[in-house]
Write a protein that binds this ligand. Structure first.
Ligand code: NAG
Length: 285
């Protein structure tokens, strides 16, 4: 009687094939009547099984590495850029003619991007208000720039309070408290668990420790691509801008921005520009 060999079955179902293989082995050893092609088939099947396992292992490892790099599903950016943490940076220079320009140069304008409906669906983002110059897209705020905006406001309010404790800061305390809590929540969510080496000196913990960061410039670049461009510029970081459309009036040069620039020009051509901080008309045309 000739036994039906496993190779005649679909190799797609590796589990079934493997069971058949084991049954064949048992039967073969019982009868001591080993068909010459049996070893070939057994080795073939074992090789397939091994290869499948290796492929699976490779994929799991890749997934783990990707996760280790914290690759973002939104931008594809990962924690792959070497950097180091420093206790002292010029951002805390007491001489404000040195530290202020550094903070001001840290631009929070890339905060707003335009994302199309397909992107939002793919990433399970809730619907957002429409981008004025292309209503097929929604306006989204990128967290990192929101937090930079918040930090700048906290610093501004704090330094103002220090220098003139009597005067009321222009920034409402509720904004500062919101900023502190937003940073608290995200800090606790991301909970950086890097142990910082400690030395027996004040304000030295973790100084110079290497680490991997996201590439900030690459994130800025991502927000400024033509497909996500919003022509947004933060007119005043420390004041509310009631006529907020005026912040969307800064379309970059270049023909890749022609479509939104035309749309923007059509709007301002019809309605004119307004004072960003007041109600009235500033200019028209
Ligand atoms: C602060 O820095 C500026 C620019 O480097 C410099 O001209 C000025 O003398 C410094 N002020 C003090 C008090 O050190």
């Amino acid at each position: 009687m000739h036994e039906k060999l496993p190779e005649e079955r679909s190799l797609l179902n590796i589990g079934d094939v493997f069971e058949d293989e084991q049954r064949s082995i048992k039967r073969a050893f019982k009868s001591r009547n080993i068909h010459p092609s049996f070893f070939f088939v057994a080795i073939l099947l074992l090789s397939i099984s091994l290869l499948a396992n290796l492929a699976l292992f490779g994929q799991v490892k890749l997934l783990k590495t990707e996760r280790g790099l914290g690759r973002s599903e939104y931008t594809g950016l990962a924690l792959d850029t070497p950097s180091s943490y420093h206790i002292y940076t010029e951002f805390i220079n007491h001489n404000r003619s040195i530290s202020d320009p550094l903070w001001e140069a840290l631009d929070s304008s890339p905060i707003v991007v335009a994302l199309d409906a397909a992107y939002a669906r793919r990433h399970k983002l809730k619907e957002s208000i429409p981008f004025p110059w292309d209503q097929s897209k929604g306006l989204y705020h990128i967290k990192a720039f929101h937090h930079i905006h918040c930090l700048k406001n906290i610093r501004h309010a704090y330094l103002t309070a220090l220098s003139s404790p009597e005067s009321e800061s222009r920034i409402p305390p509720s904004h500062i408290l919101h900023c502190l809590d937003t940073i608290r929540q995200d800090l606790m969510c991301h909970a950086d668990d890097t142990p910082m080496p400690t030395v027996n000196e004040r304000h030295k913990i973790g100084d110079g420790q290497p680490r991997k960061c996201k590439n900030w410039d690459a994130l800025v670049k991502w927000t400024q691509e033509p497909e996500r461009q919003t022509c947004f510029r933060m007119i005043d970081e420390y004041r509310r801008v009631p006529n907020s459309l005026e912040e969307f009036a800064f379309c970059p040069e270049g023909q890749e921005f022609d479509k939104i620039r035309d749309s923007m020009n059509a709007y301002f051509g019809k309605w004119g520009h307004k004072d960003p901080f007041g109600g009235g008309k500033k200019s028209s045309g």
